[in-house]
Each structure stands twice: as structure tokens, then as C-alpha cells.
Ligand binder design. Structure first.
Ligand SMILES: *Cc1c(COP(=O)(O)O)cnc(C)c1O
Length: 965
């Protein structure tokens, strides 16, 4: 083989950690070849036996060049479109140390609080920013985007309202709410039987048929309205008020909590998160105390650890929405943690004064342009505005002039035009003044000089809209304003968190694989990052090409005809796919088909999403061996035959098994007139070997943030595209796939706020597929299965492995049953999880799909040395448990029950445990080389839930002294 040919396939061994040690691992498993292992694991009846139709692998160097060239087909314009998306300046210290830093972007969701204190603090900062600016006490740590946050508001009100007083499920939506928000409210409200009633809040009668109302502040045409009287009317009718709002504007404007809002929501994008052609960005959501147990998404709260020291954690976890399954009112799982962290850090870095100054500069710039508009005979229509000017013009002519100067305005129709000013335009006020002088002179034929001055930077003084309350007074927002201090603060938090740059994170069902640097780099390039989602399509040709190619690859990989990339999380994909099934039946005149069969072992988002599309969930049993109970399944399909919408299955199953019966199950559902939905979270065991389409499914979602290398971000971002067969196509309102891109109609969105959801990170999955090529993708799947079986082989003599496949193998993950140990030693799964931290590891998935177990998924990216260290840690822990079982160790005072051990505790002069300090902190030799210290001892969950605190308390943790070990 020539050197040069190897170069193009050089990425596979970089990505696949066990590439070179295959034979050694196979012999531990006890099989002759990788093919034999795969044959034993994946039933012949479902093997595709053809090569994937994706291009051959390309080298990292060449791919970067190619993506650079493609990016230049996108045009970076001066954007004044607004509508929820604003160009912003990401401080370089945040760009480099968070956005481009695997210590921040490879983290898992902070379920293991003791090794997540850094991002938990940052997310607490995020909640504090949101809470302070909106004037409402309880914020969550992000939702997916502004429009879905509106839908979550609607759902929460709908389920919270006193139904006995509300006559019909009507939601009022003011006419001046973003159009994408209105579209999404209709898409999400309709399946629940909610009527979205649009009107003018000033005149609309809110009677007892309404459970809620949504207005925007400042609104769609930029006007700052006084909603105090309206809030009174809404509350008098027994309904609740949701206010869509803008964090930057709120530095100058009265907080929604002060005029009666029950919820305030919006996007934090303009706090330093790039446009990225629509995402990803963090949405925020904040509310009153009354709703604290009904809030969608994750809330970070303050608690204490086992030593009584302050410790952070995700609060109210038992109420996490999707855990409620079919009783859930939201399906939010992955949100936008990384982007929430960026927005929080933007506020930390600028501080309250800096943020206010940016807001004033934005307003002053808008005011300067407004004067120019007046001179040009285009007076602004609204009396109080923040950043958006709304006026009437000869729109076609203005558009021609503006586009000649590379400027995008917003065109509302009927000759109304909007100009929204962002941080970039304000920071370049001289260039912006010049730009508008040229455009307005060109348009009017007069000689107009636009002047932007600081004096314009105050909203008319003394009016009722002005903010008169402080915000961000906590030291975290008033300390780190020099770059040195900021860099250290970010690093200090990073050091508290275990990420993939410390050790493997073997989370079953979450596929924490390598997020290669080459895959990540293009996301920061301006020709990808600075494109507005509502820019004219001819400015986004690079995106269209990439999206078209990626859609085609994913369609082929899943064995389907189409792929739709809009959903911005797996759960949103579930919603979209199930909605397509629901619409398909309705379009066929069978609206009665609303029963969905879901196995008991399904991920909690499955039943939650089904309920959100108005389906009725019927649970299917599992057998002792973890397989779907086919008899129960058949009986239930027959029982509900006339009303069967379909089945929702995960394959290989959530137990990590390729069940032989899957084709039969698909056939039965089809015979009863139903459709098959496949949860694609376990696609990493399928790529190149089999596919949902080949197996017989009609639609599936993928988690690009699992299988296709988008990093987990500490709980988001993600992308959850839907792949589906032809017959479902007309059930989507606006499918953006290979055949339909480039048409204007696709700009109406309905599952996410932006037409292509989190478009910029599609680049990561695109790069992943191109770098591996057809052969590399297949190899990755084979090695994911190899790695899992290798670990299983090393562990199964000492631990009880649940649910083997027919030939004794597992797929890409396996379940270790710890329940028997509880009886013999009192040790529970949680103790093992916490003890793993002392060994430098993040726990595998806990108690899913079976309580009292851990589920290990090593992925293809880990090499044998790392797999061995993890196995060694688990085997050493098993010996520690044996010592308790045989009475050598104390039942309560042992290294497991007391885990994890902090550095402060171990070096403390007092040590009164029955085991040594060395056993506590350096249990195996490898830990001396790479010791990771949990920054707090075991976190007390109940304390935090009983005393819910979810914003920064008066003392900065940065300066706080730990008092007691
Ligand atoms: C991760 C996962 C989901 C949900 O995906 P999100 O992106 O977190 O919404 C659904 N099903 C399964 C089996 C999963 O593992």
C-alpha cells in the first residue's frame, strides 16, 4: 500500500482507539475474528451486507480546506434582521477557553455533581443572570430555543391552571410575537387540543376560556409596551401571563416580574453566542415560586455535601420532566448547557455596568439611525423602542439599495421594514453611521449624514418602562473583568469537572465518543458562525450544500428516503417523528389511530413525546432476559388494532441487545395499520451493519450528539434529525431535505425556532462522516461492539452481567447488575458510582434501564489501556466490596460509603477511618500519574430540594473558604 493512500484513511486509527489491538482483545473475548464477533452479535436477518453510500474518507487537512472553501459560499452581511437573532462579539477569552475547549465542551450532563462543580457554578451564574434581569425568582439552566421555550410556557400553564375555572383551552398570543414563535405554538398546541388565539393585547377580551397569554417585550416590531394592565386582566380571568423578552434590553427596561409576568422566556444568544445560521443557542425560562415543581428542564440548586460544605447539584431531579414518562408535561432532556455557560460567562466578564453600556450603545446606534430615517422621510412608527426601528418605505427600492451595501433588513410585507441594531453594529458605530448615511442618501436622493452619539443612549427618561432595580450585584459578576482573572476563573471551574480530556466517560445510551478537533474547528469560522438564520437564501449556499450532503448521508445510513435536520435535540426529534405518524393517520382519514405501544424499558422521553403529540401510551412488558415480551406485544397490538398509531422501539434495545424478534414486531405493527418509530439513540451499534429502514421502521430520530460526534457540552447542544420513508413525507409541514432546499417556503419552522435548528454544529457530524468514510464508519461500529465485549469479558467473572444476546455477546453497551451486592454488603449502585471518582472515572449510566445497575458503553474511541484502567478500577472496587462481605472492612465506615474523598479531607490532620488515606485517594497505581480530585464530598440531595436556592447566594464561592473537612 502506498504512503499516500494511507494518508486519506489516516483518521480511522485516530478516531478508533482500539484499531491496533484488535487481535489481543478478540482473544480475551474468545473469538477468532472481528467478523465472528459481529456475526454472533448482529442477527444475519437484519444485516445490510452492502457498503454505505457515503464518500471515501478524506484526510483532516484536506477536509479543513474543503470546508473553508465551502464556507466562502456563505456571505457574511451586515445583519439588521433581528427577529431573535443578533450578531454578537464573543469575547476571545470565552471563545478560546470555553467554546473551543474540550474541558468544557466534552462534559456530560452534571448528574455526578461531585465532579461537575465547575459547570454547575457557571450554570448557577446563568440562572442568576436570567432571574435578576427578568425579576422572577426561579430560572432553569436553559431550554432549546426561544420558540420552544414559548411552547414549554404554554404547556406549563395548561397543566397548572385550575381546570374547573377554565372553560376552553385557549391561549392568547399577541399579534406582535415573533412569527416563528407563533408557528411553533400552533405546532405544539394543536395536538393537545389547545386553540392559539391571535389578537391585539390592547383590545382582546381575556375571559374564562383562556388559560394563558403570551406577549413579547420588546415586541416583533420593536415596540416596548406597558403590559401591567393586561397582566391584571389575564390574572382576573384565572389565567397566566408569559412574556417573551430580551436579556440585553432588560438591562435598561423594567423587569417582567415587576409588571406581573408569571413566566419570562427568550434566547440568551446575543450574550456572546455566535449566530451560526440559527443555532445552537441557549433559551432561558424563569418563573414564580408557585411553579417550581412544574418547571421544564434542569434547575441547578445549592445544597451541602457530606461534610456540610456548600455544594451544587441539579435540583428536584425526581421531578425531572421526562422521568414522569407518560405523565410528563415536557420532554426536555438535552438542552443547551454549553451555550448557557457561554452566555453566563459573557455576563461575568462584562458585569452589570458593561452589559448596560452595550445595551446603551445598541440603543444609541438605533436612535442615531432613527434620526437619519426621519430625514429620509421614513419616520419610525413606534414611540418607545430599544434596538429595532419599524417604519414604512418603498421596501423594494430600499432593499435594492441596502443589498448593494451588503446590508440585510427585515421586510415585513406591505412595505413595512425593520432595522435591528446589534452589538457588532454598535461596536463599529463609525462604520455603521457611514453605512446608513450611504444607504439613506442613496434611497432618498438627499444628502443624509447619520450621526451616532452617546447622548442618544438613554431611553426617554422618567417613563414607566425604565429599569430602576439593580441586577448582578453578586461578586461573580463584579470580579473577573480583567482577562487574567477571567481566564483563571474559567480554568478554575474547568478543573473541578471531569471531562473526556481526563478519562473515558462510559455512559450507556449516551455514546460519549471522541469529538475530534478537526470536526470542531470550522464551527468557529466566521463564514459559518456569522450567518443569520433568516438571511436571504442566496447568502447561505455553503450551508445548503453541506446540509444537502449530510441529509443524503444520513438517509443512506438509516436506510430511509429523507432526512430532516431541524429538531435540536433527540426528544424534539421524537416529537417531530411521532407528529408525522399522527398526521399520516389523520391525513388518511384515521384520526382515531392514537394508541402507541412503548416497551417498559424505553427512555423516559419516549412516552413524554408521545403524550405531547396527543397519543395514548400503552406499555409493553419485557421478559426476564430483557427482550420485548412478544406475546404481550401481539396481544396489545391486537387489542388496540383499530386505534393503533404505532410502536416506538429502541434498537438494539435499551438493554444493549439485538433482538431477533425485531422484524416480526415491525410486521405485526404494519399488519394492524400502525407505523414503526425507532429511537435511534443506539445507532452507534448499527451504522454500516444494519439500519432502521432495513429492519422495517418507518421513521427514526438520530442523536447527532451521540453517534455522530457532536460533543455533549455538559448537557447540550444536540441535534435530533428525523429520517423517514417516502410515504411520511407529506405529513411534515416543511421538510427541508435534498429535494426541497433553496425554496423560501422552508423558512417557516415548526419544531425549532430556526429553519435548520442548530445548523452550525451540523458541520461536526458532516466532518465526522467525511473523515471516516464508508469503511471507517463500519469499522467504528465494529470496534464499538468489540470494546464493549472486551470489557464485558474482563468483568463478567466478578460481576453479574444482565441480559446477554443469544450467543452470549452484547452490542455496544452492557449492564452490570449491582443489586445482589446490596444484600451481601450493603453497597449500592450510588456507592460504586461515587467510588469510581476516587479512581478518576465518571460513573456509567446509573439505574437505566434497570434500577440498581450501571450501563457501560465504552464507544470505539477508547484504546485498550484506558479500557483496562476502567476495568481495573471496577475489579478493585469489587475487591473492596468483597472485603465488606467477608467482614474485613467495616459495613458503614468504608471507602465506598465515604466516597468520593476530597483532597482536603485526605490531607487533613484528622483521619479517623478504618482504612488508610492512600486506600482512599490512591487506590491503584495509575492514579498517581493522573489523579483527579472531586472538589466536594458526597452531595446531599434532599437538603437541596428542601431548601431550594437556585441563584448565586450572597457570598461568592470563588472567595469562600472551605471551613471543615
Ligand atoms: C439520549 C436519548 C434520548 C433523548 O435525547 P435528547 O437529545 O437528550 O433529547 C432519547 N432516547 C434515548 C434512548 C436516549 O439515549
Amino acid at each position: 500500500m502506498s504512503l499516500f493512500k494511507q494518508q486519506s484513511e489516516a483518521f480511522s486509527p485516530r478516531h478508533i482507539g482500539s484499531f491496533g489491538t484488535k487481535n489481543e482483545m478478540l482473544s480475551v473475548i474468545g473469538v477468532e475474528s472481528l467478523n465472528e464477533l459481529i456475526d454472533k452479535t448482529v442477527p444475519a436477518s437484519i444485516r445490510i451486507n452492502r457498503a454505505l453510500n457515503v464518500p471515501d474518507a478524506v484526510s483532516e487537512f484536506n477536509l479543513l480546506n474543503e470546508l473553508k472553501e465551502k464556507s466562502l459560499k456563505n456571505k457574511v452581511a451586515h445583519n439588521f434582521i433581528g427577529q431573535g437573532y443578533y450578531d454578537t462579539i464573543t469575547p476571545s477569552v470565552i471563545l478560546r477557553n470555553i467554546f473551543e475547549n474540550p474541558g468544557w465542551y466534552t462534559q456530560y450532563t452534571p448528574y455526578q455533581a461531585e465532579i461537575s462543580q465547575g459547570r454547575l457554578e457557571s450554570l448557577l451564574n446563568f440562572q442568576t443572570v436570567v432571574s435578576d434581569l427578568t425579576g422572577l425568582p426561579i430560572a432553569n439552566a436553559s431550554l432549546l430555543d426561544e420558540a420552544t421555550a414559548a411552547a414549554e410556557t404554554m404547556n406549563m400553564f395548561f397543566h397548572h391552571v385550575n381546570r374547573s375555572t377554565i372553560k376552553a383551552p385557549n391561549l392568547f398570543v399577541d399579534t406582535h410575537v415573533w412569527p416563528q414563535t407563533k408557528a411553533l405554538l400552533i405546532a405544539r398546541g394543536t395536538p393537545l387540543g389547545i386553540n392559539i388565539v391571535e389578537g391585539d393585547y390592547k383590545t382582546h377580551e381575556i375571559d374564562s376560556t383562556y388559560f394563558g397569554a403570551i406577549v413579547q417585550y420588546p415586541n416583533n416590531i420593536g415596540s416596548v409596551e406597558d403590559y401591567a394592565a393586561f397582566a391584571g386582566k389575564v390574572h382576573a380571568a384565572g389565567a397566566y401571563l408569559g412574556v417573551a423578552t430580551d436579556l440585553l434590553a432588560l438591562t435598561l427596561l423594567k423587569a417582567p416580574g415587576e409588571f406581573g409576568a408569571d413566566v419570562a422566556f427568550g434566547t440568551a444568544q446575543r450574550f456572546g453566542v455566535p449566530l451560526g445560521y440559527g443555532g445552537p443557542h441557549a433559551a432561558f425560562f424563569t418563573t414564580k415560586d408557585e411553579f417550581k415543581r412544574a418547571i421544564p428542564g434542569r434547575i441547578i440548586g445549592v445544597s451541602v455535601d457530606a461534610k456540610g460544605n456548600r455544594a451544587l447539584r441539579m435540583a428536584l431531579q425526581t421531578r425531572e420532566q421526562h422521568i414522569k414518562r407518560e405523565k410528563a408535561t415536557s420532554n426536555i432532556c438535552t438542552a443547551q448547557a454549553l451555550l448557557a455557560n457561554m452566555a453566563a460567562m459573557y455576563a461575568v466578564y462584562h458585569g452589570p455596568q458593561g452589559l448596560t453600556n452595550i445595551a446603551k450603545a445598541v440603543h444609541a446606534t438605533a436612535a442615531g439611525i432613527a434620526k437619519g430615517l426621519a430625514e429620509a422621510g421614513l419616520p419610525v412608527e413606534t414611540s418607545v423602542y430599544f434596538d429595532t426601528l419599524y417604519f414604512k418605505a418603498d421596501a423594494a427600492r430600499l432593499k435594492t439599495v441596502a443589498e448593494a451595501h451588503n446590508a440585510n433588513f427585515r421586510y415585513f410585507g406591505n412595505d413595512f421594514v425593520g432595522i435591528s441594531v446589534d452589538e457588532v453594529a454598535a461596536a463599529n458605530e463609525v462604520a455603521t453611521a457611514e453605512l446608513f448615511s450611504k444607504i439613506l442618501s442613496g434611497y432618498s436622493g438627499k444628502n443624509i449624514t447619520v450621526a451616532i452619539t452617546e447622548e442618544n443612549g438613554v431611553l426617554a427618561s422618567g417613563n414607566t418602562y425604565n429599569r430602576d432595580t439593580d441586577f448582578l450585584t453578586h461578586p461573580n459578576f463584579n470580579t473577573f473583568h480583567s482577562e487574567s482573572m477571567m481566564m483563571r476563573y474559567i480554568k478554575q471551574l474547568e478543573n473541578k469537572d471531569l471531562s473526556l480530556n481526563t478519562s473515558m466517560i462510559s455512559l450507556g445510551s449516551c455514546t460519549m465518543k471522541l469529538n475530534a478537533a478537526t470536526e470542531m474547528i470550522p464551527v468557529s469560522w466566521s463564514h459559518w458562525s456569522r450567518i443569520h438564520p433568516f438571511a436571504p437564501v442566496n447568502q447561505a449556499q455553503g450551508y445548503f450544500e453541506m446540509i444537502q450532503e449530510l441529509s443524503a448521508y444520513l438517509s443512506d445510513i438509516t436506510g430511509f428516503d429523507h432526512c430532516w435536520l431541524q429538531p435540536n435535540s433527540g426528544a424534539q426529534g421524537e416529537f417531530a417523528g411521532l407528529l408525522a405518524i399522527r398526521n399520516y393517520h389523520i391525513n388518511n382519514g384515521q384520526s382515531n389511530r392514537d394508541v402507541i405501544l412503548i416497551p417498559i424499558s424505553a427512555h423516559g422521553t419516549n412516552p413524554a413525546s408521545a403524550v405531547m403529540v396527543g397519543m395514548k401510551v400503552v406499555v409493553v412488558k419485557a421478559l426476564e432476559n430483557g427482550y420485548i415480551d412478544v406475546e404481550d406485544f401481539k396481544a396489545k397490538a391486537a387489542q388496540h388494532s383499530a386505534n393503533l398509531a404505532g410502536v416506538m422501539i429502541t434498537y438494539p434495545s435499551t438493554y444493549g441487545i439485538f433482538e431477533e424478534s425485531v422484524k416480526e414486531i415491525c410486521d405485526i405493527v404494519h399488519q394492524h395499520g400502525g407505523q414503526v418509530y425507532m429511537d435511534g439513540a443506539n445507532m452507534n451499534a448499527q451504522v454500516g451493519l444494519t439500519s432502521p429502514g432495513f429492519i422495517g421502521a418507518d421513521v427514526c430520530h438520530l442523536n447527532l450528539h451521540k453517534t455522530f460526534a457532536i460533543p455533549h457540552g455538559g448537557g447540550g447542544p444536540g441535534v435530533g434529525p428525523i429520517c423517514f420513508k417516502k410515504h411520511l413525507k407529506s405529513s411534515f409541514m416543511n421538510v427541508t431535505d435534498a429535494d426541497t432546499v433553496n425554496t423560501d417556503e422552508l423558512l417557516t419552522s415548526h419544531v425549532s425556532a430556526a429553519p435548520y435548528g442548530s445548523a452550525s454544529i451540523l458541520l461536526i457530524s458532516y466532518a465526522y462522516i467525511r473523515l471516516l468514510g464508508a469503511k471507517g464508519l463500519l469499522n467504528a461500529t465494529q470496534h464499538a461492539i468489540l470494546n464493549a465485549n472486551y470489557m464485558k469479558a474482563r468483568l463478567e467473572k466478578d460481576y453479574n452481567i444482565l441480559y446477554n444476546g443469544a450467543n452470549g455477546t452484547c452490542a455496544h453497551e452492557f449492564i452490570v447488575d449491582l443489586r445482589p451486592l446490596k444484600t451481601t454488603s450493603g453497597i449500592e449502585a450510588e456507592d460504586v458510582a461515587k467510588r469510581l471518582m476516587d479512581y478518576g472515572f465518571h460513573a456509567p449510566t446509573m439505574s437505566f434501564p434497570v434500577a440498581g445497575t450501571i450501563m457501560i458503553e465504552p464507544t470505539e474511541s477508547e484504546d485498550i489501556a484506558e479500557l483496562d484502567r476502567f476495568c481495573d478500577a471496577l475489579l478493585s472496587i469489587r475487591r473492596e466490596i468483597a472485603a465488606i462481605e467477608n467482614g474485613e472492612s467495616d459495613k458503614t465506615d468504608n471507602a465506598l460509603k465515604n466516597a468520593p474523598h476530597t483532597q482536603f479531607e485526605v490531607v487533613n490532620s484528622e483521619w479517623d477511618h478504618s482504612y488508610t488515606r492512600e486506600e482512599a485517594a490512591y487506590p491503584l497505581p495509575y492514579t498517581r500519574n493522573n489523579k483527579f480530585w472531586p472538589s466536594v464530598a458526597r452531595v446531599n440531595n434532599t437538603h437541596g430540594d428542601r431548601n431550594l436556592v437556585c441563584t448565586c447566594e450572597p457570598v461568592s464561592s470563588y472567595m469562600e473558604e472551605t471551613v471543615e473537612a
